[in-house]
Design a protein. Sequence first.
Length: 235
Amino acid sequence: MPPSSSHPSSAPEGWPRTEAEAVAEQLRLCALTDPTGPEPAPDALVAGVDVAYDDERDVVVAAAVLLSLPTLDVVEEATATGRISFPYVPGLLAFRELPTVLDALAALRTRPDLVVCDGYGLAHPRRLGLATHLGLLTDLPTLGVAKTPFTFTHTPPAPTRGATTPLLDPTTGEQVGAALRTRPDVKPVFVSVGHRIGLPESLATVLRLTPAYRLPETTRRADSLCRRALAATLH
């Protein structure tokens, strides 16, 4: 595996600074989303991204880890460190994380065929979670895998691996994703389309990425890397 790379990050020029600006940007972008597309090829390269914070020092570290299907071996990894560029506001988390995530992805020498985010895509009040936002900014296929259903509702899937139930917006009844059982008798994860991949294809992909654990290997590897990178900033 090539050595990991790391570099400093900052928010792009013109990045929203207020809640009103961020909501307006989400409303502008959400109409551009493509919620359709194929599964990645059998030999595709799939990236996982995640972030870790140190709010006391105003530091955020993002990690991008590139895995090869179907072995899930790590091909490449990169990190980026930046300043927190937006306050914490529910529904606007992408504006805190994306500048550094974009820099971590840009540090990869190989362009991924798909990016898996630890969070939401269309399962968002304005249908523009981090995975969707990232897909639109990079024009990469993206999907989100979250640990909780956020503000949405679902009935528990059957206890067998691969079982699903719709994730629904309680105010509109619209399906925004699915609860997916990745391990037998273990609580589900919540999968939503980001951009340029369909929901059935997203669910099939997440099952390919979860051969042994509840969470995708992409998320597990990126989470571990960004935590190590954040700890390294203390020294």
